[in-house]
Write a protein that binds this ligand. Structure first.
Ligand SMILES: [Zn+2]
Length: 115
């Protein structure tokens, strides 16, 4: 049928988290089941990233390519001390929830201003 979306090889985009404004890298990582990754833009050593990660917070091997930085699965995790590449770790957002429910503000529709 149709080809899969051009996920792999598209490189990481430097952007900011829409919620907390923190600089992050976004990329679809992986060839078959691409993961939509948002990682802190701050670069760590592989060992530091490995120390910070937990099961819900992966880290990524950041490779410099012709087209800019690209996040890869950190296959080097088994021996992080041997990895010469910087690593980045999943962004843990400290901003407000994306869709606040039952906010304490009165339910005024967008665009309706009180003059
Ligand atoms: Zn954030």
């Amino acid at each position: 049928m149709s080809r899969p979306p051009a996920a792999a090889g598209s490189g990481a985009r430097r952007t900011r988290c829409p919620r907390c404004g923190f600089p992050v890298l976004r990329q679809l990582v992986g060839r078959r089941a691409a993961l939509d990754v948002t990682a802190d833009a701050a670069e760590l050593s592989a060992e530091a990233a490995e120390a910070l990660h937990h099961p819900n917070r992966l880290h990524w091997c950041l490779r410099a390519t012709r087209d800019g930085p690209e996040m890869r699965w950190a296959d080097c995790r088994r021996r992080p001390e041997t990895c010469p590449h910087p690593h980045v770790i999943d962004h843990e957002c400290t901003g407000p929830p994306a869709s606040p429910q039952r906010a304490r503000t009165p339910p005024v529709p967008d665009g309706q201003l009180t003059l």
